[in-house]
Every structure is written in C-alpha cells, then in structure tokens.
Design a protein around this ligand. Structure first.
Ligand code: SF4
Length: 414
C-alpha cells in the first residue's frame, strides 16, 4: 500500500495553472483600480463569451465562493449572511460569499484585492438555478448597478428550435444595455472570434476529461475540479486554450506511460453532484486509499460547451447553455448518465446530496434507482454540501464509501 504522500500523483501543470489564475486576478485588480476596463460579474454558466467580446473583464462569484469553501472559511461567513436575512437552507455559495463580503474578508487579498472587484454590471443565467438571481440582486442593490439576465426554463426536455430561439433572443436583448455600460458598440466579428476561442477551450477541456477513459485513468475528479478553473472563468480567452493544450499534453504522456492518477486503480467510479470543497483533498486521499479512481463526473463535464459555433454565435450559445445537464429533465439526465457510465467503464456511482443545492443533487426523485435498473451499476449516496461543513457527517460518509467499495469487491469476485 502506498503511503499518504504517494496516494495522489500531482500534475506538473498545476504550477502553470496557478500562474494563469494569478494573471486572471491581476487583470481584475488592474481593471478595478485603473477603471480602464469595465467589470461584469457573471454566473459560471452564463454568457461569458458575450461579455469578453464586449471588452469586459469577467468575474465569477461562484469561483470566489468555491475558494471560500476550499479554504474552509465558509463556516465563518454563512452565519453573517443568515443574520442579514438569508436562510441557512439556501445555496451555501451565496451565503458564504455574501457573508464574507459583509465581513469585508476575501481570499483575493493575496492578489492585492481588498474586496471582490466592483461590478459595473451583473449578468446571470437561470439555467443552473434561481438562487443566482437573488445572489446577484444583493450586489446590484449594494453597488447600485444594473442586474440583467437570461431566463432559461427549468427541466428542459427537448431542445426545440422555439426554446433555443427564445433564449437566443434574450441574450441578444442584453446587447444595447451592455453597450451603454461598456461605452462601446457591439462588434459581431469580435463576438464570433470569442465564441470560436471559447469552443476551442471547451473542446480541449472535453479531451482532457476524456483521457480518463483510459485504464488506469491519468486524471480523477478531484484533480479535474481544480484544473477546471480556466474553463469556468476564462472561456473565450486564449489563456484557457493555451492552458488546456499543456494539461492535455501532460495527461497524454501519463496515458502513454500507463501512469494513473492514483497508484492502484481497481475500481472506477462516477461522481454525481458537487464537490465538497472543504473536504476535496481528504476525499481524494480516501478514494485513492481504497484503490478507487473517480474517473468521471457530471460537475466537470458541465463546462463542455462544444455546441458553440462561431457561424451562429447567439443561437449556438443559447443551445450550448441550455443543453447543460443541470437545466435538463430527468429523462434526459438518465440518458446522459447512462452514456457516460458506459463511455468511462464505470463500476459504481457516488451521489453527493448537497443539502443547500437541490438542483445539483440528483437523488431526490428516484434517478439513482432508475440508472441502476437501466445499467446494473450500483451506487452509494452521501449527504453533505458544497461549502457548509455542518451538513456533512464525515464518519458516516466514510463508512458508507468503504462499505460500497467492499460491495464492489464482492461483485468482482462473483
Ligand atoms: S447551482 Fe447550486 S451551488 Fe450553484 S449557485 Fe445554484 S444553488 Fe448555488
């Protein structure tokens, strides 16, 4: 058995990832201080391409909230937001982010930012949930700046031309107001070019994730959750494209050398739900110790917007952002999951029920049972949260995971 230090094989690209993310925050700091560029806050699966094309620097509060979770500081901030009228049961990204803001604390201090960069506009898409609109409304009120958005219907089954056209029109309708805020005219060629770059980054990200089809997998969910930073906040910039070329190359080298993300890959698992940011490393160690590689996840696959098409940027953006897993009906989700389980040769599924994010918890309406019935692949459920550690019973979850791996072992022996 490998010792603790050897359990996780660190990717060399991580050093470059840090530089890229540092550069991103430095650009935001410069924009905030000099005012030479306007700043748009955008939801992580919102229309970043449009904003980058219109000359904004783009800041994602969800990325900031995940940083609070990973730094294990969210717990200090959630009660502050609760004291200001936000329920402890709603999105803990929202409550930790607003709580930190009210307390005037931020992990961005290490980049020289005393607070998140002041927005000139806030742009959301409700494709992921309605909480984002309430979250951004807090800041719109605080800074007295415009709040605009795209209203994607819930549980989309068929991606009908009518639905896509409606969302494309909503996106296009943002342009006049964004022009006013940006102080410049919308340039269709620039938008097309940004969409093209964004698609290239998304395709590379998909190829990065697909290396995990190899046995042993050179990448696991816990690494991917960290390395997805550029595709989340910098889609539409060459920084993301350059970074994923580098990461893909390193993963391909691992693949050719038969080097897995963990020393011994006996079981291949699928992670359904959000990461527990405050336990990311501990869970990575736990699964590695059990010789289980978490080879695929809904979460990391969510940023594969490969339907973007520079020839039809508004309509293809509407399609890409509505095709998103979280926005779809259970019928579609079942189909997508069954395909991914087969593609990645998965032995078992882990459902993380995030207490404050029902939209990312797919174990509420019988989906795990349906998938097991359809594919024969067993599953385990754990109760936790993305940022609120009080929702996570660690001991109980470890026992559940260990028992599940033992069951997989027994199945293999039959
Ligand atoms: S999808 Fe979940 S985690 Fe993301 S903003 Fe909405 S409630 Fe929060």
């Amino acid at each position: 058995m490998a010792n603790e230090q050897q359990l996780i094989r660190k990717l060399n690209s991580t050093a470059r990832l840090r530089e890229i993310m540092d550069g991103y925050f430095v650009r935001l700091k410069q924009a905030a201080e000099s005012g030479n560029k306007k700043i748009a806050w955008c939801t992580s699966v919102g229309p970043e391409e449009l904003l980058y094309a219109m000359g904004f620097e783009v800041y994602c509060p969800e990325n900031h909230a995940a940083m609070l979770g990973a730094a294990k500081t969210a717990e200090q901030y959630i009660p502050v937001a609760v004291a200001h009228g936000y329920s402890p049961d709603i999105c803990s990204y929202l409550t930790s982010d607003i709580g930190a803001f009210l307390k005037q604390e931020t992990p961005l201090k290490k980049y020289g930012l005393a607070a998140p960069p002041r927005p000139d506009v806030l742009v959301y898409n409700t494709n992921q949930c309605a909480d984002v609109q309430h979250w951004f409304a807090f800041y719109a009120r605080h800074f007295n700046v415009p709040l605009v958005g795209i209203h994607t219907p819930l549980r989309v089954n068929e991606l009908s031309p009518h639905t896509i056209a409606y969302i494309a029109r909503e996106m296009e309708a943002l342009v006049p107001q964004l022009e006013q805020i940006a102080g410049s005219k919308f340039d269709m060629d620039r938008f097309k070019e940004t969409v093209k770059i964004s698609r290239a980054a998304c395709v590379l990200w998909r190829q990065v994730l697909e290396t995990a089809q190899h046995r042993p997998s050179p990448l696991n969910f816990f690494d991917a959750s960290i390395h997805m930073g550029p595709v989340v906040v910098m889609r539409g910039t060459s920084c993301a494209v350059d970074y994923y070329k580098l990461l893909l190359q390193e993963l391909q080298e691992r693949l050719h050398a038969n080097v897995g993300a963990i020393p011994r890959e006996k079981y291949r698992l699928y992670w359904e739900g959000m990461p527990l940011w405050f336990k990311l490393s501990a869970l990575a160690q736990l699964f590695a110790k059990l010789d289980a590689s978490v080879v695929a996840s809904t979460y990391c696959n969510s940023w594969v917007f490969d339907d973007l098409d520079a020839d039809d940027p508004f309509v293809s953006s509407a399609l890409a952002y509505t095709k998103l897993f979280i926005a779809r009906s259970d019928e579609v989700k079942e189909k997508v999951l069954a395909e991914l389980l087969e593609k990645y040769a998965v032995d078992g599924m882990v459902y993380h029920e995030a207490k404050t994010c029902p939209r990312n918890s797919n174990n509420h309406y019988g989906l795990p049972q349906h998938i097991q019935h359809k594919t024969g692949i067993p599953y385990v459920e754990i109760q936790g949260d993305l940022n609120d550690a009080r929702c996570f019973s660690e001991e109980q979850s470890i026992i559940a995971i260990e028992t599940f791996i033992k069951q997989l072992e027994t199945r293999n022996q039959l």
